[in-house]
Design a protein around this ligand. Structure first.
Ligand code: 6PG
Length: 248
């Protein structure tokens, strides 16, 4: 568990680097699915400094990750244009991809500007082209947690949560931007590693419901899957955990 959001971003940054380095040692190329929302912003900014070898000022003796051989995907996207302030793609482009100099051919965004079904099919085809596999396997998936226990854009009660055949589907959020595109549970669960990054007291009850009560919430369902899952929490998000179980 990290004492505050800044320390959480540094902890997460080190874990992201470790996972991508391990993946590149195994297969030279690594594939990551980025989380959306607000929490990852600090993490992406921190990772964005790695182009010049530093992680929060700790200069690395050599590049930690070969960013030219990382395939960047997203766990989900809002159905908005790529330059919209709500776009998960825009968040990562500005804080992570541009600062790292990631080549465009390694960036596989969800076309939020298209009609939802067309966007879902296009993204599923890109996943299949780049990763293949049934379902495609990410080396690392970054995830947030909503106050209602949603993750990616898999919301309680939404049919997208029950999809087991398709890899990408349209989804509905309970608040704007309502139209979303999301990876489905089989893809998220197939990941070699999933990192939940959760910050703030506003998420503490959801964390307790998932990690302690194990209520049948979207994030819990992922937890029940095969993926090796780590929860990275700051003190506020972990504040309702008895003895801070289950948290880094
Ligand atoms: C999104 C995310 C969503 C997010 C959670 C937590 O597109 O909004 O995919 O699942 O991770 O809602 O959001 P915060 O990080 O803003 O708390």
């Amino acid at each position: 568990m990290a004492p505050d959001p800044e320390a959480l971003a540094l902890l997460a940054g080190r874990r992201v680097v470790a996972e991508l380095r391990a993946a590149q040692r195994r297969r030279r190329r690594a594939a990551i699915a980025l989380a959306g929302g607000g929490t990852p912003r600090r993490l992406y900014r921190l990772l964005g400094t790695l182009r010049h070898g530093g992680l929060n000022g700790l200069q690395a003796e050599r590049p930690l990750v070969d960013w030219r051989h990382v395939e960047f995907f997203w766990t989900d996207e809002r159905c908005v244009p790529p330059d919209d302030r709500h776009s998960n793609y825009r968040l990562a482009l500005e804080t992570l991809l541009d600062p790292l100099g990631v080549p465009e051919y390694r960036v596989h965004r969800i076309a939020g500007e298209l009609p939802p079904e067309a966007a879902a099919r296009r993204y599923a085809a890109e996943l299949d082209r780049v990763l293949g596999g049934a379902p495609p396997r990410f080396d690392l998936v970054l995830l947030g947690l909503g106050a209602d226990g949603h993750t990616a854009s898999l919301f309680p009660g939404d049919p997208a949560l029950d999809e087991r055949r398709r890899t990408v589907v349209p989804a509905q959020a309970p608040r704007p931007p309502r139209d979303r595109i999301t990876l489905t549970l089989p893809v998220l669960t197939a990941a070699r590693r999933a990192l939940f990054l959760v910050s703030g007291s506003g998420r503490s009850e959801a964390v307790r419901r998932v990690l302690v009560e194990r209520e049948a919430l979207p994030a819990t369902l992922l937890r029940a899957g095969a993926a090796r899952i780590r929860w990275l929490l700051d003190r506020s998000a972990a504040s309702r955990l008895p003895g801070l179980l289950g948290a880094d």
